[in-house]
Design a protein around this ligand. Structure first.
Ligand SMILES: Cc1cc2nc3c(=O)[nH]c(=O)nc-3n(C[C@H](O)[C@H](O)[C@H](O)COP(=O)(O)OP(=O)(O)OC[C@H]3O[C@@H](n4cnc5c(N)ncnc54)[C@H](O)[C@@H]3O)c2cc1C
Length: 379
């Protein structure tokens, strides 16, 4: 039988999704324990851009969750002493087909607060982006950027200090049933349990995960030396329009896709698109690529890095600064859904973001899951 202490909520996984569940429950005054097999956060949640993206998220639920998550990041960052390194997004368009997608996007409800800037205006307001070939740029005020490798530990520390959340590190969860988790350090009783395993597809509830055809996506990432300019906002390019569902699902995207297939086929083949964000020391985090497999190879391939840098150089019109760091990351990916919320047992939820948007949606997802567990008839 499980031993005391008992909790209102036990969370498996101390990534951003698990911390989002912990935060939502703690804000309701619940007693929460977070259990993770690693000593410190080491998965996708600290390998990402720390780019809290609203504009471009899939229309509907994902966009709503991103707006809500962004608001929570703003509140939590202020309280937890997490620096917001920049705000907003500039999506630089070099093709008329891209401008057409942006114009169509602005006509939707998702365009609220966003603007299309002409090349002259971009040159005035954001000179680093004024490369030859720039036609226009979408400005969105919604995005935030944090340094995830610092922000996630700071968030966990603040949850512990401010909200009394307990953390059990270096502890693997072996099984979960209603009211109890069995760990490598013994059993823990909890009224509700949120399993947020990131891209561990073969551990807890492997059969439920397999039923959603979840696989893993590997991304290559680069850190470049300080280029000598300050960005002020995250940067994306035409390639992002063909990847991010909020734009890519618009019918106006088809002509752009056809042109990109003709001009940047290798980029599309390797799932390369451009995100550039800046760190406090001026260095740039630049990526990324997308390769899918249950066990992707762990290596960074130079040919893929070169595709990323080629797009960087086209957007900024300069030779890329030296690479100072390379890493890969993986996240869970499903063919037909951005999120899996499954109920394998009463009072238990399996929670996975199955697209590259956990930092952008995890806090709102946590609120939804906690509401289901503590308010819902199906809890
Ligand atoms: C390179 C890269 C760039 C990205 N960029 C962005 C971005 O800019 N913006 C954005 O919104 N999203 C981005 N993403 C996606 C985002 O990082 C992920 O969606 C998110 O981090 C997933 O969070 P998670 O908590 O589900 O998983 P993880 O961060 O993987 O955490 C899962 C945790 O669960 C633990 N765990 C699993 N099973 C067990 C068990 N049985 N017992 C104990 N512990 C267990 C693991 O140890 C791990 O710590 C990016 C992802 C990558 C890889």
């Amino acid at each position: 039988m499980p031993q005391r202490p008992s909790f209102d909520l036990a969370v498996v996984g101390a990534g951003v999704v698990g911390l989002g569940c912990a935060l939502a429950a703690a804000r309701r005054g619940k007693r929460v324990v977070v259990i993770d097999r690693d000593t410190q956060a080491n998965g996708a949640s600290v390998r990402n851009f720390g780019f809290i993206t609203v504009t471009g998220q899939e229309r509907g639920e994902m966009w709503r969750r991103a707006m809500r998550t962004r608001a929570i990041w703003d509140e939590v960052a202020a309280e937890a002493g997490i620096a917001i390194l920049h705000r907003g997004l500039m999506l630089a368009a070099r093709r008329p087909q891209s401008v057409a997608v942006l114009e169509a996007f602005l006509r939707t409800e998702m365009g609220a607060g966003c603007r299309l800037l002409g090349a002259a205006e971009v040159r005035r307001e954001n000179p680093p982006l004024a490369a030859p070939g720039l036609l226009a740029a979408l400005w969105s005020p919604h995005e935030l950027r944090v340094e995830s490798r610092e922000a996630i530990p700071a968030l966990a520390g603040w949850l512990e200090a401010r909200h009394g959340v307990s953390f059990l590190r270096e502890t693997a969860v072996l099984s979960v049933e209603t009211g109890a988790v069995v760990t490598t350090r013994g059993a823990i009783a909890a009224e509700a349990i949120a399993v947020c395993p990131g891209d561990d597809l073969v551990g807890l509830f492997a059969d439920r995960i397999a039923a959603h055809a979840v696989t893993r996506c590997k991304l290559q990432m680069l850190r470049l030396a300080d280029p000598g300019f300050r960005l002020g906002a995250g940067v994306m390019s035409d390639l992002g329009l063909a990847r991010y569902a909020g734009y890519a699902a618009l019918p106006e995207c088809e002509p752009l896709r056809a042109r990109l297939r003709a001009e940047q086929g290798a980029h599309l083949e390797h799932g390369v698109h451009l995100i550039v964000v800046q760190s406090a020391d001026g260095g740039l985090v630049v990526g990324d690529s997308h390769h899918y497999a249950p066990t992707p190879d762990p290596f960074s391939h130079d040919a893929v890095d070169r595709l990323i840098l080629e797009e960087f150089e086209a957007v900024f019109g300069l030779t890329a600064p030296p690479i100072v760091e390379r890493w890969t990351g993986t996240y869970a990916s499903a063919p037909d859904r951005a999120v899996v919320i499954d109920a394998p047992a009463p009072g238990v939820r399996l929670v996975m973001v199955t697209t590259g948007a956990g930092a952008s949606t995890g806090f709102a997802l946590g609120e939804d899951v906690v509401a289901e567990l503590f308010d819902g008839a199906a809890a």
